[in-house]
Write a protein of this length. Sequence first.
Length: 240
Amino acid sequence: MRIPFALALALVLASSHAALAHPVQSPVDEAINPAFDITHAEASTTGRLVTFAMEVAGQAGSAKPLPAGQLHGAGVAAYVWPTSLNPSSVGFEADSGILALAITAHPDFDDTPLFDENGDGDPANDGANWHSHWVVLAEDSLCGAGLKVRDVSPGQDVLPATAPNLPIALDSPGMSPVLDGSTARITVPVAGADGLAFDAVTAELTVNTDEDIPLLCVTGVHDIASGDLSLPGIIMGASD
């Protein structure tokens, strides 16, 4: 992590658009686990679908959290694309935080109850497999890296139809990620993304069942492609 993540969030909130280049390049850092050391990130859209991709110095998806054996303290590994998309574009409350797309794995729980990622007939045992989420991030000083997945009240707050009914702004859209060699890639349906901004982050999150601490905190950051979460990437149309 090159700057405090809470400061990085403030930079995102203060900046409505990104710089000129559409992909994001990031230097290799030998101090970072190669599976999470970002070297390149890009995003493109067909108008209806957006494909996000990042390359790392090592093998994408080769490192996962060790099982905690319980929900409290359960770890989550994540490849994340923060964006300037409004959360309402995928079904969350408008202007409620930073909308990010994430590829995650966590061996202690399953938060995709509508989908059976490992194909064994049980949709409730797939958390350790890499899968996708839309999340809305918010600042919180109680979290180690200064960010949390925003707290919500299911049934009261606006949530996407495929949200897993958890008290956080998390959607489980069921779009399958591809982790192949050094690349993590995912395609999701979202309209109106052409020209909007993005960045790439690799991070660790932790589940807390203590009522005094947010349920899902960002507790560590491996790498930020831009170095400062300034969202210098631009989602480009296929013809751009």
